[in-house]
Design a protein around this ligand. Structure first.
Ligand code: ITT
Length: 190
């Protein structure tokens, strides 16, 4: 099955191709020479919808988007929808450094990653799938795999951060992996 994935993020694309397997051919926005779609919503749900709707309206093909945020309890669930722009530079290391600085001396380091996948089937019917993983923000960066906040997020029940896990290990338990399993179950039940 062919699906368009409304992302410019190559790491997300790799995770999604790995999780969905060889029965699915996934094209990203880079394959269509698309510009980045402005995320003007105030929630993950709104931004996920904006991206998927843009692609469906333009290409009239089955497609989906992923909007993800890191929510830190003691920071009123920030950076949340602003995860990509937290430090204002668009650079992941700056985002991590700001988050660690905002949590200095903080004992409560509970956090969760949340992913909202919005899927439009070939007839334009919309389905939404959510994935959440609970964990905590470690004291300093650990590991080199993954992307974004992975070096400082340790999922509950594990001693490693996401950046110390392989792509497949992360997909087994991650926010995106959970939302993707729901999408896959939907696609295979049709
Ligand atoms: P697209 O909108 O093109 O899909 P993006 O990078 O802008 O890509 P999001 O708005 O969903 O994606 O993500 C916001 C930021 O959250 C992203 O830039 C990363 O820094 C971070 N992020 C998302 N998923 C993550 C993950 O699985 N692990 C670590 N950080 C992640």
């Amino acid at each position: 099955m062919e699906l368009i994935f409304a992302t410019y993020n190559p790491h997300k694309l790799s995770e999604i191709r790995n999780a969905l397997g060889p029965s699915y051919t996934i094209q990203g926005l880079v394959d269509f020479n698309e510009k980045e779609i402005p995320e003007t919503g105030s929630t993950l749900e709104a931004n996920s919808l904006i991206k998927a709707e843009y692609v469906f309206n333009k290409y009239q093909k089955a497609c989906f988007s992923d909007d993800t945020g890191l929510e830190v309890s003691v920071l009123n669930n920030e950076p949340g929808v602003f995860s990509a722009r937290y430090a204002g530079t668009g650079n992941s290391i700056d985002n991590i450094d700001l988050l660690l600085a905002n949590l200095i001396d903080q004992k409560d380091r509970k956090a969760q990653f949340k992913t909202i996948i919005t899927y439009f089937d070939e007839n334009g019917i919309k389905f939404v799938f959510e994935g959440i993983v609970h964990g905590e923000i470690v004291l300093e960066k650990e590991g080199i795999e993954g992307f974004g906040y992975d070096p400082i997020f340790q999922p509950n029940g594990f001693k490693e951060t996401f950046a110390q896990m392989s792509l497949s290990q992360k997909n087994e338990i991650s926010h995106r992996g959970i939302a993707l399993k729901k999408l896959l179950a939907h696609l295979t039940s049709r």
